[in-house]
Design a protein around this ligand. Structure first.
Ligand code: FES
Length: 110
């Protein structure tokens, strides 16, 4: 039996963009950002390392410019694929990555 959990269809993530997903669990779950660059998807916890705020300005809406994801709270700048901090108050602390796989066009937790 395949127990992988689908988070989203790859096609539902805009190329060069990001979506927000919630992962349910018995302890309330957690929120992820899924970013896409072509056929590559990266996943990060939707929690900024600066002040632990969500990065979206409205649920699932992210500020993205020139392959950079900008935290809506105070403007920290992260690489869309890497989650690396490139500027602003994140001071070198990147986003916390989560491993995902693409199986049959679905983005899944392993
Ligand atoms: S919480 Fe993201 S820059 Fe402050």
């Amino acid at each position: 039996m395949d127990v992988r959990k689908s988070l989203s269809a790859l096609a539902d993530i805009p190329d060069g963009g990001a979506i927000a997903v919630h992962v349910d669990s018995s302890t309330g779950g957690f929120d992820l950002i899924l970013t896409r660059s072509g056929d590559k998807v990266s996943a990060f916890h939707n929690e900024c390392p600066h002040a632990a705020r969500r990065l979206d300005y409205a649920p699932g809406k992210f500020l993205i410019d020139n392959a950079m994801l900008i935290c809506a709270a105070h403007g920290a700048v992260f690489g869309l694929e890497s989650g690396h901090c490139y500027g602003g108050p994140c001071r070198g602390n990147g986003l916390r990555a989560v491993r995902v796989e693409i199986v049959d066009g679905q983005v899944c937790l392993p």
